[in-house]
Ligand binder design. Structure first.
Ligand code: FES
Length: 98
């Protein structure tokens, strides 16, 4: 289980952290990852000046815009998770699964 934490402190909120959470949620639903990725909000991560702040497990991520955050989320969270699900499925198929 991966935990994605989005800062919802006032500075990040003004930059669009609410939209990020809404879009991340939609992406998780679209890809059926709701039970693999946990999404949560956090108070100020004390990196306000840097941009929109969030993290993937313990890895801090800073994005300059909502769009950039969504692209990073797809690249670092959605794709690796869907790839591993797909490879598990094909392994199961190799062994007569499905
Ligand atoms: S409000 Fe997000 S890091 Fe401070």
């Amino acid at each position: 289980m991966t935990t994605v934490t989005v800062c919802v402190g006032s500075s990040c909120h003004i930059k669009g952290s609410r939209q990020i959470i809404v879009r991340f949620n939609e992406l998780l639903k679209e890809h059926g990852l709701e039970d693999k990725i946990e999404l949560q909000g956090s108070f100020c991560m004390e990196r306000c000046g840097e941009g929109l702040n969030w993290q993937i497990d313990e890895e801090p991520v800073t994005s300059n815009s909502v769009e950039e955050a969504i692209l990073t989320f797809i690249e670092k969270v959605v794709q690796p998770s869907t790839d591993s699900a797909a490879s598990k499925r094909s392994k199961a198929a190799d062994h007569g699964g499905e």
